[in-house]
Design a protein around this ligand. Structure first.
Ligand SMILES: *[C@@H]1O[C@H](CO)[C@@H](O)[C@H](O)[C@H]1NC(C)=O
Ligand SMILES: *[C@@H]1O[C@H](CO)[C@@H](O)[C@H](O)[C@H]1NC(C)=O
Ligand SMILES: *[C@@H]1O[C@H](CO)[C@@H](O)[C@H](O)[C@H]1NC(C)=O
Length: 317
């Protein structure tokens, strides 16, 4: 195909600006940031959060997750407290509502950072799920970017959390089970430690706290906390635990993604080298041609590891 020579050219340039080229395929919402995003729990628009995944155990939604490459979903370790058997789980991608759609991915393997799920409030509440086959990327199914391990998310920074969790304490999401989005602010770690002092919960160094200006419940375990930096969405956290939802002085607690980004990269690379990952096939008729070309080239080169922009988060925002 005519793609050949152009791919070669692009691959050559990958070495110089690998971060930028690789992240062109991730963190791209199909909805502009200023449109349809309302403070407080609110149904999300199609394509706004194309990395949002639904983790099902025997076809029942149990947790959220985020697609981080064509074959991997990042979620929380405590989502697997009932079973660690990969055949019990399914992943649904590109869906706005919880449905029994027959289009889902089976799971090849589940990797927990700590080996086994711990009780709420323990360190290492993070897990990787490998799909049995590569996801078909489209306008509705795209990976989120991962931050660098040095990234910091400062207090007051506005981020978004999405999921199909309870809309309020004790109130499950009502039909039609539409994906909810809520804007939250990163909370200072010391303040969060104090908030949770004498509550039985301990804020560890691999955690991140965020509280909404609205009072939406954050019972969306495994789902992504994402922040927009220079027009690209980065995953800052994984919904982990909290006391109740939306209570004053009880911020939501997330697993801090930068603390595990090296572990994530290690496992994705290891899986690829052991030949587990088949050559992904990308089909998208909606995206601009250049974007499609870049993705194809990157995937053909078996470089489906999406990296964050190289500019550290601590700078200009
Ligand atoms: C995992 O589940 C499948 C199907 O339910 C079952 O056949 C298999 O024996 C289970 N494996 C383990 C290790 O329990
Ligand atoms: C994974 O895919 C292979 C074929 O590619 C199939 O034989 C196998 O049953 C699948 N495993 C699961 C758990 O669906
Ligand atoms: C927690 O509370 C105890 C007293 O109840 C206090 O001595 C300690 O400094 C507090 N820790 C934090 C982090 O606020």
């Amino acid at each position: 195909m005519a793609l050949g020579p152009r791919c070669l050219l692009l691959l050559l340039t990958l070495h110089g600006i690998s971060g930028k080229v690789l992240h062109a395929g991730c963190g791209q919402s199909q909805v502009s940031a200023t449109w349809g995003r309302i403070v407080g729990g609110h149904p999300a628009q199609a394509g706004a959060w194309p990395w949002q995944s639904s983790l099902r155990r025997r076809n029942v939604h149990v947790c959220g997750g985020a697609l981080i490459s064509s074959q991997w979903v990042l979620t929380a370790a405590h989502c697997f407290s009932e079973s660690l058997n990969a055949s019990d789980y399914q992943i649904h991608l590109g869906e706005l509502r919880i449905t029994l759609s027959p289009r889902f991915y089976t799971v090849r393997q589940i990797l927990l950072y700590s080996g086994r799920p711990g009780p709420p409030g323990t360190r290492g509440d993070i897990a990787l799920v490998q799909l049995n086959t590569s996801a078909l990327l489209s306008r509705w199914v795209l990976p989120i970017c991962l931050p660098e391990d040095s990234a910091t998310f400062w207090p007051g920074m506005r981020c978004w959390v999405t999921g199909w969790g309870y809309t309020q304490e004790g109130e499950p999401l009502p039909p039609p089970y539409s994906l909810q989005e809520v804007e939250v602010s990163i909370v200072d770690m010391e303040a969060c430690r104090q908030d949770y002092n004498n509550t039985g919960g301990t804020i560890q160094s691999d955690m991140l706290c965020a509280q909404g200006p609205g009072d939406a419940c954050q019972d969306n375990s495994g789902g992504p906390l994402v922040c927009q930096v220079d027009g690209i969405w980065l995953q800052a956290g994984v919904v982990s635990w909290g006391e109740g939802c939306g209570r004053p002085n009880r911020p939501g607690v997330y697993t801090l993604v930068p603390a595990y980004v090296n572990w994530i990269h290690l496992h994705i690379l290891a899986a690829r080298e052991s030949g587990l990952a088949p050559l992904p096939l990308v089909a998208s008729f909606f995206l601009p041609g250049l974007f499609l070309l870049l993705i194809s080239c990157v995937l053909v080169a078996k470089c489906s590891l999406y990296r964050a922009p190289s500019s550290p988060l601590t700078s200009d925002l």
